[in-house]
Write a protein that binds this ligand. Sequence first.
Ligand SMILES: NC(=O)C1=CN([C@@H]2O[C@H](COP(=O)(O)OP(=O)(O)OC[C@H]3O[C@@H](n4cnc5c(N)ncnc54)[C@H](OP(=O)(O)O)[C@@H]3O)[C@@H](O)[C@H]2O)C=CC1
Ligand SMILES: Cc1cn([C@H]2C[C@H](O)[C@@H](COP(=O)(O)OP(=O)(O)O[C@H]3O[C@@H](C)C(=O)[C@@H](O)[C@H]3O)O2)c(=O)[nH]c1=O
Length: 287
Amino acid sequence: MKKILVTGANGQLGKCIKDAAAGYPDLEFVFVSKEELDIEKAGSVAEYFRKNNFSHCINTAAYTKVEQAESEEEKAFAINAEAVKNLASTCNENDVVLLHVSTDYVFDGKKKTPYLETDPTNPINVYGASKLKGEHYIQKITEKHFILRTSWLYSQYGHNFLKTILKHAEAGKPLTITTEQTGTPTNANDLAKALLQIIAQDSKEYGVYHYSNGGETTWFGFAEEILKQSEKLKDANLAKTNHYRTFAARPEYSVLDNAKALNNLNIKQIDWQESLESVIKKTVINL
Ligand SMILES: NC(=O)C1=CN([C@@H]2O[C@H](COP(=O)(O)OP(=O)(O)OC[C@H]3O[C@@H](n4cnc5c(N)ncnc54)[C@H](OP(=O)(O)O)[C@@H]3O)[C@@H](O)[C@H]2O)C=CC1
Ligand SMILES: Cc1cn([C@H]2C[C@H](O)[C@@H](COP(=O)(O)OP(=O)(O)O[C@H]3O[C@@H](C)C(=O)[C@@H](O)[C@H]3O)O2)c(=O)[nH]c1=O
């Protein structure tokens, strides 16, 4: 029986994987939060792998605060690069397949058509640079890896753009949203299902893949659709801007071409607007 370790289990994607795991009774899962297994502690990770006979590890643990990363570079690299390096080594030593999640922010956004896995990377913020270094370590250390780059994750769990928009609308606060970036919102529940399908199918097509929902929009477009689908658009105070000030630079265009994943991994892709509907239905906002 396949035994799968899921790190960062209290995060947004970790929780979505826990929900999706219910659909795979033939797979055994061990979910560990940061408190239960800190991936920065190489000794604890090695010990944990020694005690368990894992076949796969899904690493969802990460430093994901894009703005804060600009002033916490060391912390971002410690988690997204150095801890990932140790995890990759431990997976390699124990013959465990590593499934790791990376980001569209490894690109500089200068392209005008969807990014391929083979396109040159050139991160323009600290978070993106730290994630890219993590990718490089994995590729160097262990052959048995799947690196799935995704974009603009949201779900019913954790802190994300969807929750921010709904909270603001619920509280009657004005929303001014940027049109300066184009990308693809991705339902973390869809990514969770894709990761589990790769494992269930016992895929050996290791490598780097792009996986997002289908289509593209701007953050303003995403906000507008969230408000439309939740029937809050009429009453919301929504405006667009083309110079929203932030600490971190973000790629102007970061749509990911999913063809390689769809062809090699036998996984499905849903358009972002369609997938959003299911999350809107289950998202509860507590003010
Ligand atoms: N969110 C997004 O929009 C996108 C995310 N990604 C990638 O997807 C993956 C999942 O992201 P998401 O679920 O949204 O992120 P979250 O921030 O919701 O979850 C990450 C989890 O990792 C935990 N964590 C942090 N440091 C450690 C550590 N040293 N050891 C163990 N756990 C740790 C965090 O705990 P705590 O909160 O207590 O620090 C948190 O629970 C990440 O790799 C991210 O880079 C890619 C593209 C888009
Ligand atoms: C809250 C807010 C943000 N914005 C802008 C800022 C930014 O350019 C854009 C998105 O803001 P956020 O800070 O929510 O998103 P950000 O943290 O940049 O999201 C990223 O997270 C990491 C983890 C990833 O890997 C990326 O794929 C991406 O999802 O919207 C507004 O224009 N108005 C607002 O009120």
